[in-house]
Ligand binder design. Structure first.
Ligand code: ADP
Ligand code: MG
Length: 362
């Protein structure tokens, strides 16, 4: 049945296996081998950072090329300054930008985005670093400021606060992670198949400490409201929005920690709940795959944004009105080679995506 299909994209290689010339910047990040894995795992990937290539040291020895690759030794700061800092510049000018993290469960999506609690400063993810930067209290060494010209510096001074919203999409329902009871959120349709969330909490924060406290609360709410927290967070999508209300155009950075890609194929169980979960997770990852697929077609074809809540929520990010970065997370472990290859192919195909602006409303 269709539900059994995986959310894989077409895997036609780009010309000469090179970068696809699309509009989404696609980075691959490989996490290090974890302590508990060390004994029986062999690294199956090698990286050439200067040519942005990943080679699979197994079978056909396939080589993939992306906008950038981060090898296991890469630090959070490197990922942030290469893949995200350029977007923040756009956000500070009123742009709407998105970072999507994909990959199988355990590949490092939440670590990269920053949606798990208890990080020491060096290990802070994109979220924490973005908040620090947008509130102008960035660590020395991340030199976003130095790249801004006078006019932008002037504009930058005007935003002394930002707002944070944290949503979770689970079983085609949107939950507000910043309400005490993780309330469901209603939404209304927008022109062209998008979705506008109604009445979700937008916490205004003036300083980094406030920002970190909000993140902590939302992250905790995501992991503790479920009896099986790991399963829960690997099956849901987290969508966190940082907005600069004082900027014309309302600068927006959306960070998306997607469900584990292995969930795309998981359907069916004796338990009704699990069965429904399977279908809707499958549906949203499958639909995201279909949307990205349609966006790589050589000529414009129908893009099925409307088919699930996730793609409707992300519609603005996927239609050319902003800039989008994908961070595809993988592990070097031989045990997850199958999943890793799926992610590498998915990410390769994403390098061909052409974001198409919406036609003007009638
Ligand atoms: P996912 O969200 O994709 O399921 P996590 O982000 O939870 O994966 O990562 C799985 C485990 O690997 C966690 O214990 C996390 O701390 C660790 N980890 C992930 N990426 C890195 C990294 N780049 N460096 C060190 N540890 C990492
Ligand atoms: Mg996670």
């Amino acid at each position: 049945p269709a539900q059994r299909q995986r959310a894989t994209l077409r895997t036609t290689p780009g010309p000469g296996g090179c970068m696809g010339g699309g509009d989404v910047q696609v980075y691959v990040r490989c996490r290090p081998v974890l302590q508990e894995e060390e004994e029986d795992q062999v690294s199956v990937l090698s990286f050439t950072q200067d040519t942005n290539r990943v080679q699979v040291n197994h079978g056909s020895g396939h080589v993939f090329q992306y906008t950038g690759v981060f090898e296991p030794a890469s630090k959070q700061e490197e990922v942030f300054s290469h893949a995200v800092a350029p977007l923040l510049k756009k956000v500070q000018e009123g742009g709407h930008c998105t970072v999507l993290a994909c990959g199988h469960t355990g590949s490092g999506k939440s670590y990269t985005i920053g949606t798990h609690s208890g990080n020491v400063r060096e290990e802070e993810g994109i979220l924490q670093r973005a908040i620090r930067t947008l509130l102008r209290l960035n660590e020395p060494g991340i030199s976003l400021d130095s790249s801004l010209d006078d006019g932008q510096t002037q504009q930058k001074r005007s935003h002394d606060h930002l707002t944070i919203s944290m949503l979770e999409v689970y079983n085609e329902t949107i939950y507000d992670l910043l309400t005490p009871t993780r309330k469901t959120v209603s939404s209304k349709n927008t022109f062209g198949g998008g979705l506008e969330v109604m009445g979700a909490v937008k916490k205004e924060v003036q300083c980094v400490e406030e920002g970190m406290a909000v993140l902590e609360k939302g992250t905790l709410s995501r992991s503790t409201t479920s009896t099986s927290e790991n399963q829960h967070s690997s099956r849901s999508h987290a969508v966190i929005s940082l907005t600069l209300p004082s900027i014309r155009g309302g600068g927006l950075l959306k960070l998306v920690d997607l469900a584990g890609s292995e969930c795309a194929g998981r359907v069916g169980s004796s338990s009704t709940t699990t069965f429904n979960e399977g279908i809707s997770i499958n549906k949203s990852l499958l639909t995201l795959g279909k949307v990205l697929n349609a966006l790589t077609a050589p000529t414009p074809i129908y893009v099925p944004y409307r088919e699930c809540v996730l793609t409707r929520l992300l519609k603005d990010s996927l239609c050319g009105s902003g800039q989008t970065v994908m961070v595809a997370c993988v592990t070097p472990a031989s045990a997850s080679l199958g999943q890793t290859l799926t992610t590498l192919r998915y990410a390769q195909q994403a390098t061909h995506i052409k974001l198409r602006p919406l036609p003007p409303p009638p």
